[in-house]
Design a protein around this ligand. Structure first.
Ligand SMILES: [Zn+2]
Length: 120
């Protein structure tokens, strides 16, 4: 399975970075995890939030957040709408399903109605 992320929202913060004190480097992102395999795509309803500072290239973890960052985070958190968890099948899944059904119906016809296939 491959993990991808759906970006729900990205916001540039003007707060001081707890690492480098720059005021224009931080980006707050809200993401949802999407697992993709050959047959299905599963969306996880948990929202992952992260703050990254582009100036010092550091991930700012929740423990380092200042009161101001928390306030801005709470504000943005209210504006996002997450997607419900879901499972979706891929095109390959339907192709395989179709082939399977075709095989089953051919097998059935062969066993019970061989005349349709011109076998008697
Ligand atoms: Zn920084």
């Amino acid at each position: 399975m491959k993990t991808e992320y759906i970006i729900l929202k990205e916001a540039t913060l003007t707060n001081n970075c707890p690492e480098c004190y720059s005021t224009d480097g931080m980006t707050l992102a809200f993401k949802q995890e999407k697992l993709r395999s050959k047959l299905l795509i599963k969306t996880n309803k948990n929202v992952i939030e992260s703050i990254h500072c582009g100036k010092c290239e550091t991930q700012i973890f929740a423990g380092q957040w200042t009161k101001d960052i928390e306030r801005v985070y709470e504000y943005h958190k209210k504006t996002i709408s997450s997607k419900p968890s879901s499972i979706r099948f891929t095109g390959l899944f339907y192709v395989l399903l179709f082939l399977l059904l075709l095989l089953v119906s051919l097998g059935y016809t062969y066993l019970y109605h061989p005349n349709i296939l011109g076998l008697n």
